[in-house]
Design a protein around this ligand. Structure first.
Ligand code: ZN
Ligand code: ZN
Length: 339
């Protein structure tokens, strides 16, 4: 079968590899839709500390079950499924604390390789994070399950509540999904994004107010909140300067969700006086739990949540390298890959 393999940064080739076989309790999915994400773009450009090369890429997908392993009772060949690519062990310290997103083995047991004709999913994933795809949503929509689960997790740890005014910094794939979720949850999202095309996309997916820079957005937030500032700021750029500035937009007693990942060991600094006297909460968020995945399934299968507009191009495996290059220079949001 055909698999897109990253040999070295910026060198993606399509290889013919042996057919995957399902492990006991696992299954093999024939990929019908896969999506690029920021991690794929970064890995393509520079490599990734957690992904030794050469490696297959791609972790956002949906498809049809093509084979099941012994003891896999919930799925049969021909079933249409949506899934994420990881599952917690449920045995380690963090899993026992209910922090399955921080599971000690979740990053080591995750599977990559959705940019391929078929992908084997292990038993742990099948037991916890594979769902039947209802026919009312498309494979492309179903492939948003993984990034949406991450966004659902972020919203949960940030304690998003109905009626809040939220400033979203950055309208890349994650900032846009966040904006959609915030609107769905009854918040009022004010989006900041320097790139015109991304601002247009933010408006298209329902952001009520979109600005090119922070001062203009802050003025709007002040107007909306009687001068106080945002209840919550969601940082989705991963740029250290934006992380640092994010506390300037939040009201006293407010929260800042630092969602955009910056490289490890990046240093940022904050005004200690503001954190203390204004009782600000800085919140980190990583990955998601099976409960977050379940919530994301509910959202995707409801009629009101359609992330498909975030797909700005599509390609075969052969054109994927070119697509990743274009995404890396800010052309487009997400590419749909048809293996
Ligand atoms: Zn992703
Ligand atoms: Zn664990």
């Amino acid at each position: 079968m055909q698999v897109a393999v990253l040999i070295e940064p910026q060198k993606l080739v399509v290889e013919d590899r042996p057919e995957p076989r399902p492990e006991p309790g696992g299954l093999v999915v024939e990929i019908k839709a896969a999506l690029t994400c920021g991690t794929d773009v970064k890995t393509f450009l520079r490599g990734h500390p957690k992904i030794p090369l050469p490696s297959p890429l791609g972790h956002e997908f949906s498809g049809v079950v093509s084979a099941v392993g012994e003891g896999c009772d919930n799925f049969s060949p021909g079933d249409e499924i949506m899934a994420v690519h990881s599952a917690p062990c449920n045995k380690c310290f963090y899993c026992q604390q209910g922090l399955q997103n921080l599971c000690e083995s979740i990053m080591d047991t995750k599977v990559l390789g959705a940019f391929a004709e078929r992908l084997a999913l292990p038993a742990a994933v099948v037991q916890q994070n594979v769902y039947h795809k209802p026919s009312l949503i498309t494979f492309a929509q179903a492939a948003f399950l993984e990034p949406l689960a991450a966004v659902v997790h972020g919203a949960r740890v940030a304690g998003v509540a109905v009626g809040e005014t939220v400033m979203v910094l950055g309208a890349g794939p994650i900032g846009l999904l966040f904006t959609m979720l915030l609107q769905q949850e009854g918040c009022y999202a004010v989006v900041v994004e320097p790139h015109k095309k991304r601002r247009e996309m933010a408006a298209r997916i329902g952001a009520p107010q979109v600005f090119a820079d922070e001062p203009a957005a802050l003025a709007a937030v002040r107007e909306l909140t009687g001068g106080y500032g945002a209840d919550l700021v969601v940082e989705c750029t991963g740029v250290p300067a934006v992380w640092q500035a994010s506390i300037d937009y939040v009201r006293r007693g407010g929260r800042v969700l630092l969602f955009g990942g910056a490289p490890p060991e990046t240093q940022v600094s904050f005004d200690a006086g503001r954190l203390h006297y204004d009782q600000l909460q800085l919140i980190g968020a990583f990955h998601f739990t099976p409960a977050d995945v379940a919530r994301a399934v509910d959202l995707l299968t409801s009629e009101h949540f359609d992330p498909a507009p975030l797909i700005t191009s599509s390609t075969s495996l052969a054109g994927l390298g070119t697509s990743l290059r274009l995404l890396s220079v800010g052309e487009g949001i997400k590419t749909l890959v048809h293996p």
